[in-house]
Design a protein around this ligand. Structure first.
Ligand code: HSE
Length: 307
């Protein structure tokens, strides 16, 4: 096999109380990429459609993660990468992560799968770090593994797969404003109070337990973020109106997706998830900000090969 086409999915990071460690994978929304072996040694970005992104390999997220893998192998050929970008950069649903994992997943397949999913995540972290100025894997891991993932540690890398309750659906609203992850990280306080830390780790532990036991009530009581949301919500227009209307429509919880501006809700059942979508559409229709919304089942497969 000399060429492969892949679908690299969008993801939601943080999931309220799991800043930098928890994430889940979305269905249907994602980038497509073609990875091809080439006789010329090296890694080359040959095509980018959808958004204006750099072609220089070392300035491109997909290129940087590809180079990290390329340096770890010894081959007498190179790779070309084509990127068909659907996820808007800076949207908060793992745009850079989709690029970063796409190149290394595709190369790994063409090489006969010498690396496991955890090792792929480790290469992809280098690309993600180019975009966010920090090595974190809470979008990368769900894109690679699918479902919910917990990044136990980045160094050494350790990823845990968390079960996805079958009736759990996500509703996403993406207001068309750009928030750079690096800027959304820069506004966060360096220290947190013991009281907030206790609330956060109580919610986080309970959320993981709820996901393991299909306990939707516990998931609902755990989807709170007392540490990050108070700061970042100020960057997102009408954030609290969206959240209140989603909860009123039956969402189990609503919070910022990754570093924003997208906002995610989790609901039990697709009908409720659609009601939540209607409710939040109603809020944003009254603003002059363009937006889009979608409902997604939790994608337990993750990145995949397509024809
Ligand atoms: N955990 C990251 C953040 C995800 O919230 O900054 C965005 O890349």
């Amino acid at each position: 096999m000399n060429e492969i086409k892949i679908f690299s999915p969008a993801t939601v990071a943080n999931v309220a109380c799991g800043f930098d460690v928890l994430g889940f994978c979305l269905d249907n929304v994602g980038d497509e990429m073609v990875i091809r072996k080439t006789s010329k040694k090296g890694v080359f970005i040959t095509k980018i459609e959808g958004f204006d992104l750099p072609y220089e390999t070392e300035l491109n997220v997909a290129g940087v993660s590809a180079l990290a893998m390329y340096e770890a192998i010894d081959v007498d050929f190179g790779f070309e990468i084509e990127i068909y970008k659907n996820i808007k950069p800076g949207s908060g649903i793992g745009s850079s992560a989709a690029s970063a994992v796409g190149s290394v997943f595709g190369m790994n397949e063409l090489l006969g799968k010498p690396f496991n999913k955890t090792q792929l995540t480790q290469f992809a972290i280098k690309g993600e770090a180019l975009a966010s100025k920090c090595e974190h894997a809470d979008n990368l891991a769900p894109a690679i593994f699918g479902g919910f993932t917990l990044v136990k540690s980045v160094s050494p890398i350790e990823i845990l797969e968390i079960p996805s309750p079958n009736e759990l659906y996500a509703t996403i609203i993406h207001p068309q404003i750009e928030i750079k992850t690096s800027e959304a990280r820069a506004i966060l306080p360096k220290d947190v109070s013991l009281q907030d830390a206790i609330a956060q780790w109580s919610n986080f532990g309970s959320l993981i337990h709820g996901l393991h036991t299909n306990d939707y009530g516990l998931i609902k009581r755990s989807l709170h973020d007392v540490i990050i949301e108070p700061h970042r919500s100020k960057l997102i227009h009408n954030y609290h109106d969206v959240k209140n209307s989603a909860l009123k429509a039956g969402a189990l919880g609503t919070c910022i997706s990754g570093s924003g501006p997208s906002i995610f809700s989790l609901s039990k059942g697709i009908e409720t998830a659609k009601d939540v979508e209607d409710a939040i559409k109603n809020v944003y229709s009254k603003t002059n900000i363009k937006f889009d919304t979608f409902v997604s089942k939790i994608n337990t497969e993750g990145i995949k090969i397509i024809n």
